[in-house]
Design a protein around this ligand. Structure first.
Ligand code: SAM
Length: 244
């Protein structure tokens, strides 16, 4: 049964027109009145819904029963990557969503190739939020991770972060501990993971991150691309050990 994200809050028994993107999805599948779809609003659980009317562009549904199905990772992991350029950030958002990321804070750093501000940053955020929703439709997650608007690293480090989050920075420096050692023991500890862009973090940025409580961790001797490193760490944190 097709799974469709409807960002407006859903409730049992509601009659509603699907939002434009969701309606297009149903039209493309050439569905007919009486057929059913699974809807989720991104806030938890899913609903079975029956198509009641197919217009030229509008699709009406009746929302049925709510099923409190969750497919979240056992450990909450937030990523804060120095944004890779081009389609690599789309790829990072899609794969991180499938792997169970709790949220993503895209960062602009000294060596970032991709530098976004104002309206362009807002448009990109909306685009990435859509990529995350589409990944949830595909992989079965009913909670859509929040993708923040891109921010400068220094500005982001200055903002308060929940004190219960374990802060880690992916690092190629000699004193970085293996990630597996750093998080050994508590497979449910929530993690906030900072990583660098294509050219890495500058020495000054590494110093700022350490001063803000980010502990350096390594993924081994190979230099991974800016999108590979956070995804590899996320996979280990959400799928490795007894984390799922
Ligand atoms: N020449 C850059 C440097 O020396 O920092 C390479 C940057 S790498 C392409 C992008 C980011 O991925 C790094 O800043 C780091 O956060 C992360 N990274 C890549 N490989 C890693 C590894 N083996 N262990 C930990 N972090 C890694």
């Amino acid at each position: 049964m097709p799974r469709i994200h409807c960002p407006d809050p859903l409730s049992e028994g509601a009659h509603l027109a699907l939002p434009a993107g969701a309606a297009r999805h149903v039209q493309v599948l050439r569905m007919q009145p009486g057929e059913t779809v699974t809807l989720f609003d991104g806030r938890g659980g899913q609903w079975q819904a029956t198509i009641t009317r197919m217009g030229r562009s509008e699709v009406q549904v009746e929302v049925g029963t709510h099923a409190p199905i969750e497919r979240e990772a056992g450990r909450a992991v937030w990523l804060a990557p120095g944004m890779p350029a081009n389609e690599r950030m789309d790829w990072l958002v899609e794969k991180a969503t499938e792997l169970g990321v709790a949220g993503i804070a895209p960062l602009i750093t000294e060596r970032s190739v991709l530098r976004l501000s104002g309206e362009r940053a807002e448009r990109k955020q909306a685009h990435w939020q859509g990529v995350a929703a589409a990944a949830c439709e595909q992989c079965g997650r009913n909670r859509v991770p929040q993708i923040d608007t891109p921010r400068g690293l220094a500005d982001w480090l200055a903002a308060p972060v929940a004190p219960t989050l374990r802060r880690l920075v992916l690092s190629l420096e000699g004193d970085a501990r293996p990630l597996s050692q750093a998080v050994a023991g508590d497979t449910h500890e929530a993690v906030l993971l900072l990583s660098g862009p294509e050219g890495g973090l500058s020495a000054q940025e590494v110093g700022q991150a350490r001063a803000a409580g980010f502990e350096p961790v390594t993924l081994g001797p190979r230099v991974l691309r800016a999108e590979t490193a956070p995804l590899a760490a996320l996979s280990w944190l959400t799928l490795g050990g007894a984390a799922s």
